[in-house]
Write a protein that binds this ligand. Structure first.
Ligand code: SF4
Length: 251
């Protein structure tokens, strides 16, 4: 049955192509996309910003913040700026994030950690190491959860061409869309990081993180919080359709 679910998801992925891909679709402007793909520190800032806002808001933030700063030097941010100053730049209208205070703290402390531990360059976090080590290093940053660290591994491998040999150690991202589908479909019983992570490992043991992308798109477009489009759902034959399970699910 797992093979059939994977096939259904792969076919579904082909129908949306790259339109739901933050780095290849139309969610970012060319300049915003180039910046997060070219500059590893911008990638890290986009990753940190990717919470409580739409993906396109988060991943466009590094480019817009660099415009407001007038530079994107981690050393300069760490030395000359502060959590408060970054927060103020994020808060300035139009605001770049829903939670500028928290983001200001996370981003400034990321610049400081990058400067003190990684020579000011995030590429040194993921150069020549295993997925397990990348996750561990990323989780040491304020504002990076297991969900974000797992997502980073997937994006680094899939979109930025970073070599990762132990793909079995890249977990699914514990994202609200994904949690909703797993609970509704009956892939897991409880909405916990452990339950969802283990269910994804059972579904695709060789590369659980691969599931992030098709399930995320499915949750955004078909298995929506209200009025899911079950008639169009590629995994309908495998779904327990326990819609009541997620009535009170929070992001
Ligand atoms: S069949 Fe319906 S409830 Fe089940 S995953 Fe698809 S859209 Fe969601």
């Amino acid at each position: 049955e797992n093979k059939d679910i994977l096939n259904a998801l792969q076919n579904y992925e082909m129908t949306f192509g790259t339109s739901e891909n933050i780095f290849n679709g139309g969610l970012l402007t060319d300049a915003e996309r180039d910046f997060v793909m070219r500059d590893s520190n911008a990638f890290l800032f986009g990753l940190i910003a990717d919470q409580s806002v739409k993906a396109e808001t988060a991943w466009s933030l590094p480019y817009k913040l660099a415009q407001r700063l007038g530079h994107f030097s981690m050393q300069k941010i760490a030395k000359e700026s502060s959590s408060e100053k970054i927060g103020t730049l994020l808060r300035t209208k139009p605001a770049l994030h829903r939670y500028p205070g928290n983001m200001g703290r996370y981003l400034w402390s990321a610049a400081e950690r990058l400067t003190s531990e990684y020579d000011g360059c995030a590429e040194n976090i993921w150069g020549n190491v295993t997925a397990m080590e990348i996750v561990e290093r990323l989780e040491a940053f304020s504002g990076i959860s297991h969900k974000k660290a797992s997502l980073a591994c997937l994006l680094l491998w899939r979109d930025l061409g970073v070599e990762i040999s132990d793909k079995e150690n890249i977990d699914i991202a514990y994202d609200v869309h994904i949690r909703r589908i797993f609970l509704r479909a009956g892939f897991c019983e409880k909405d916990t990081l452990k339950d969802v992570t283990e269910a994804a490992r059972r579904l695709n043991p060789k590369f659980p993180g691969y599931l992030t992308s098709p399930f995320w798109a499915l949750g955004r477009n078909i298995c929506r919080p209200t009025e899911p489009l079950c008639g169009q759902c590629p995994i309908r034959p495998f779904c327990a359709r326990r819609l009541d399970k997620t009535e009170n699910l929070r992001a």
